[in-house]
Ligand binder design. Structure first.
Ligand SMILES: *[C@@H]1O[C@H](CO)[C@@H](O)[C@H](O)[C@H]1NC(C)=O
Ligand SMILES: *[C@@H]1O[C@H](CO)[C@@H](O)[C@H](O)[C@H]1NC(C)=O
Ligand SMILES: *[C@@H]1O[C@H](CO)[C@@H](O)[C@H](O)[C@H]1NC(C)=O
Ligand SMILES: *[C@@H]1O[C@H](CO)[C@@H](O)[C@H](O)[C@H]1NC(C)=O
Length: 592
C-alpha cells in the first residue's frame, strides 16, 4: 500500500533523473571552469615542488651581517609581533567567483598564454645576455648593475617563474641565488627601499611559495644587512646604507630629509621575516617607525595624510606642505591595509592609519576630470597645503599613482567600506581611460587634466578646455582632448595601472576589468617590444610604426607588470588575495 502511494511519482522521478543527467552534461560541456580552476594552484604547487632539476648549494655571504656589534642597539624589551587572534576572521577580499563558461575560459586562457609567452621570451633574453646582472639592456643585449649587482632581475623574477609553472627556469634561478654575496656591493651605498622591496621581497615570496630553505637563508642574510640600516641614534632607518660603515657597526649617518615612502615601505618585508624566523628584531625595528607615523597622522597640515618629505633624523613626519599618493609617497599608504592583512587584523593601528588617509585623500587629492564622453572617473592629483583650509590642488597625475585604485578596493573590502571599493573602481577606470586616450594605447608617465568643479555637474566644455590648456606652456597640439600636458611622455614598463585592474577584477568579478587588462596588454606588448625583449618607450603620446625606445628593461617588468597581466587572466585561486598579500613589487607573502 505504501509503495503504491509512490507509484504515480515514478515517471516524475525518471524525468528528474533525466533532467539531472542533462544538467550534468550541459555543465560539463559549458561550465567546467570553476572545478578546473579550483585545482590549479594545488596542481601548480605539486608540479613545482618536485625535486629541483638543478641543485642549489648555499654559499654564505662574505660578511656575517647578524654578527655585528651595534653602536645603537634596540631598546629592550623588543616589541613583539602582535598575538594572532585565531578566532578573528578578516573579511573576504575576493569576489565569490562562480563557474566559468567554456567560451570565457577559452578567451581567458588564450590571453594568459600570450602573457606567458612574452615572459618566457624576455626571461630567456635576460638569461642569455644579462645573466646575474641587475637588468637587461633589451636593445644592445648587454647588462647593467644599478642595484648593488646582486642580480636584481633574477631575484625579482623568481616568484613569477614559479607562478607561471616554469620549473626548470625557477630551479636554475634558485641555484644562482644561493651564491649571491650580500657582503659586497657594486656601489658604496645600498638603497634600503629598493633593496627591501625588490630583493628581500623577492626572496621571501619565492620562499613562501616554494619552501626552498636556501631562499630563507639568503633572505636572513639580506635582512640582517637591512637591519644594520637602523643602527642610528634614534633607531630610525637611513635611506642609503653605507656598506663599509655598516660593517663596522659604529653607527650610520642618517639623512636630514627623505621621501616618506622610503621609511614607510619596509614594514611588510621585515614583518614577514620576523614571522618566518621567529626572531622579533626585524618587527621591533619597523614597529618604532610605524609608531612615529601613527602618532603623527593627525598632526600634519592635512590630517590623515603625510607630507611627501619627512625627516628620520628628527623623527618628524608632520612638517611639510606637499601631499601626494604618487611617487615618493605611494607605498607608504599601500602598506597600511596590507600590514593589517599580514598581521591577521591583530594590530588596529593599521586600520586607523588606512581609514585616516583614505578620508583625507577623497576630500583633497581626488578629482573628477572633464572628459569628452563625461566618463565618471577619478584622478589623484597633488596638493600643497598649509592647513586644511589653505590648500591648492595641482591637477597633475602620474603612472605611479595608478596603484591607488587597487589599494582603495582592497581596503574597502577588508574594512567593510564598500563605497571605497567603488571609489577604487572609479580611480582604476581613470587610469584605464588615460591608457585608452593616447594614440599608442599607453598612458604617459606624467600628465595633467582639467578638474571639474565638485559642486557643479561635470560636463565636457570645449571652450573651458581651450582656456585651460592655453595656461600650460607644456601643452602640445597632439595631446588628446581633456589632457593639458604630458610633461613626461615616457612609458617605462610600469605596473601600477594593470595592478589596480587586477585588484578590481579579483575583488568585484566584473568582466570589464579583464577587457581593460587585455587592451592594455596588447598596447604595451606592442609598443615595448624589441627584437630581444621589452624596453621603455620614449614618447607614448605619438603613434608611429616604430616607437623610440630606451635600452633598459626594469626588473619590475617581469616581477610586476607581466605578473599582474598573467594573474588577471588566471583562475582566481592562483595567488588568491585571501591567502596572500602582495608587497609593492608584487611579491606575494602568505597571510597567517
Ligand atoms: C662573530 O663575531 C665574533 C667576535 O666578534 C667572532 O669570534 C666570530 O667568529 C663571528 N662569527 C662569524 C660567523 O662571523
Ligand atoms: C586621528 O584621527 C582619527 C579621526 O578623528 C581618529 O580615529 C584616530 O584615532 C586619530 N589618531 C590618533 C593617533 O589619535
Ligand atoms: C581655517 O580658517 C579659519 C578662518 O578662515 C580660521 O579661523 C581657522 O583657524 C582655520 N583653520 C586652520 C586649521 O587653519
Ligand atoms: C603597434 O603600435 C604601432 C604604433 O603605435 C601601431 O601603428 C600598430 O598598429 C600597432 N600594432 C598592433 C598590432 O596593435
Amino acid at each position: 500500500m505504501i509503495l503504491s502511494q509512490f507509484r504515480p511519482l515514478r515517471p516524475y522521478k525518471n524525468l528528474l533523473a533525466l533532467l539531472a543527467f542533462l544538467l550534468t552534461v550541459w555543465y560539463l560541456l559549458f561550465w567546467s571552469g570553476s572545478s578546473g580552476s579550483a585545482l590549479e594552484s594545488v596542481q601548480l604547487e605539486k608540479y613545482m615542488q618536485q625535486s629541483p632539476s638543478v641543485p642549489a648549494t648555499l654559499v654564505k655571504s662574505s660578511v656575517e651581517w647578524s654578527n655585528i656589534t651595534l653602536r645603537h642597539p634596540p631598546k629592550e624589551p623588543l616589541i613583539q609581533l602582535p598575538v594572532l587572534d585565531k578566532r578573528k576572521r578578516l573579511r573576504r577580499v575576493q569576489h565569490a567567483f562562480g563557474p566559468e563558461s567554456i567560451a570565457d575560459r577559452r578567451v581567458r586562457e588564450e590571453r594568459r598564454r600570450a602573457v606567458r609567452g612574452r615572459t618566457i621570451n624576455d626571461w630567456n633574453a635576460y638569461r642569455k645576455f644579462a645573466w646575474k646582472r641587475d637588468a637587461l639592456m633589451p636593445i644592445s643585449g648587454g647588462g647593467r648593475d644599478q642595484f648593488s649587482g646582486w642580480a636584481a632581475t633574477l631575484v625579482d623574477s623568481l616568484d613569477t617563474l614559479w607562478i607561471m609553472g616554469l620549473k626548470e627556469e625557477f630551479d636554475e634561478a634558485v641555484a644562482a641565488v644561493a651564491e649571491i654575496d650580500f657582503g659586497t656591493s657594486t656601489t658604496s651605498t645600498v638603497n634600503i627601499f629598493e633593496t627591501t622591496i625588490r630583493y628581500l621581497g623577492g626572496l621571501l615570496a619565492a620562499y613562501d611559495l616554494s619552501k626552498r630553505e636556501v631562499l630563507l637563508q639568503k633572505a636572513i642574510e639580506l635582512g640582517d644587512l637591512i637591519y644594520s640600516g637602523f643602527n642610528t641614534p634614534n633607531r630610525m632607518p637611513v635611506d642609503n646604507i653605507n656598506v663599509e660603515g655598516a660593517k663596522g657597526g659604529q653607527g650610520l649617518n642618517i639623512e636630514g630629509r627623505v621621501v616618506s615612502a622610503s621609511p614607510g615601505t619596509l614594514t611588510l618585508e621585515l614583518t614577514r621575516l620576523s614571522q618566518l624566523t621567529g626572531d622579533p628584531k626585524y618587527y621591533d625595528a619597523i614597529a618604532n617607525v610605524v609608531e612615529l607615523f601613527y602618532l603623527g597622522q593627525n598632526e600634519t597640515a592635512l590630517p590623515g595624510l603625510f607630507p611627501m618629505w619627512v625627516s628620520m633624523s628628527n623623527a618628524d613626519v608632520t612638517s611639510g606642505s606637499t601631499f601626494t599618493l604618487g611617487g615618493s609617497a605611494d607605498s607608504l599608504y599601500e602598506y597600511f591595509p596590507k600590514m593589517y592583512a599580514l598581521l591577521g587584523g591583530s594590530e588596529p593601528k593599521f586600520e586607523t592609519l588606512t581609514t585616516g588617509f583614505m578620508e583625507t585623500a577623497k576630500k583633497y587629492l581626488f578629482f573628477r576630470p572633464m572628459v569628452p564622453n563625461n566618463d565618471d572617473i577619478l584622478i589623484s592629483g597633488t596638493v600643497n597645503a598649509w592647513s586644511s583650509n589653505e590648500t591648492q590642488l595641482g591637477p597633475e597625475s602620474e603612472h605611479l599613482t595608478c596603484f591607488i585604485g587597487g589599494t582603495f578596493a582592497l581596503a574597502g573590502r577588508l574594512f567593510n567600506r564598500e563605497e571605497d571599493v567603488e571609489v577604487g573602481a572609479r580611480l582604476a577606470r581613470g587610469c584605464a581611460y588615460a591608457y585608452r586616450s593616447f594614440a599608442t594605447g599607453i598612458m604617459p608617465e606624467r600628465y595633467n587634466m582639467v578638474p571639474c568643479d565638485p559642486d557643479k555637474p561635470c560636463k565636457w566644455d570645449e571652450e573651458k578646455w581651450d582656456t585651460e590648456k592655453a595656461k600650460w606652456p607644456e601643452y602640445l597640439p597632439h595631446l588628446p582632448k581633456g589632457f593639458t600636458t604630458a610633461r613626461d611622455p615616457r612609458y617605462i614598463l610600469r605596473p601600477e595601472a594593470i595592478e589596480s585592474v587586477f585588484y578590481l577584477w579579483r575583488i568585484t568579478g566584473e568582466k570589464e576589468w579583464q577587457d581593460f587588462a587585455w587592451d592594455m596588454f596588447q598596447a604595451v606588448a606592442n609598443g615595448t617590444a624589441t627584437p630581444l625583449a621589452s624596453a621603455s618607450v620614449r614618447d607614448v603620446t605619438i603613434a608611429k610604426r616604430e616607437l623610440e625606445q630606451e635600452d633598459y628593461m626594469e626588473s619590475f617588468w617581469i616581477a610586476e607588470t607581466l605578473k599582474y597581466f598573467y594573474l588577471a587572466f588566471s583562475p582566481p585561486d592562483v595567488i588568491d588575495l585571501d591567502k596572500y598579500v602582495l608587497n609593492t613589487e608584487a611579491h606575494p607573502f602568505l597571510r597567517p
